[in-house]
Design a protein. Sequence first.
Lengths: 132, 132
Amino acid sequence: MDWLDQVKWDAQGLVPVIAQEAESSDVLMFAWMDREALRLTAELGRAVYHSRSRGKLWFKGEESGHVQTVHEIRLDCDNDVVLLKVTQQGHVPSIACHTGRHSCFFRLYRDGQWHDIEPVLKDPDTIYKQNA
Amino acid sequence: MDWLDQVKWDAQGLVPVIAQEAESSDVLMFAWMDREALRLTAELGRAVYHSRSRGKLWFKGEESGHVQTVHEIRLDCDNDVVLLKVTQQGHVPSIACHTGRHSCFFRLYRDGQWHDIEPVLKDPDTIYKQNA
């Protein structure tokens, strides 16, 4: 059986994906893959997602330069969630989030409110203009 | 605005949730929450999910004893994914997965196949019978 057939794709043909930084173990972001995105990720050794908003393949870093080199691809017990161990390229310290922050998970719940607790490392306008 | 209203619930009223072990930084599991599950998680300081298969609240550990104490609740840049930092209770070394393994992400892709690379720490039959 093909390894791609063993993944339980949802009704939209997608699977949720968690990207974890190999060096720090920080959870960087969450995204989705379709079958072609997962196949390409394994083949190229870089993260390729499916953009639900744009309805197409999203080669992470194609605009920002913030490419993710993939060291491990893991699948969970139910075969319906993927975990990537990645090196986040393109900036030091690393930036995975489109807001210019290290991780997308920068909002912390405390006392009934969400607090943004991580700094913007680079102005998003600069990130996306430089390669435009 | 209520912090629960700031979460972008999907069409089913759910949000994806990543549980990361605070001590090891290992990604333990992936699950879903509805509004009540997230409210209870914050209130009780333990992980409460929404079981899609059973269609109801799932107090993690209610059968297995493998409760997750919650240290942090984080939300991502799009307000549609939650990350928990937890201590996985109930067994040493810790078991989060219903298969009796430490983490649900025990399948590793290599050379065109998925390989189960993490040991079963406790027989699942034993896990679920002891509290039945």
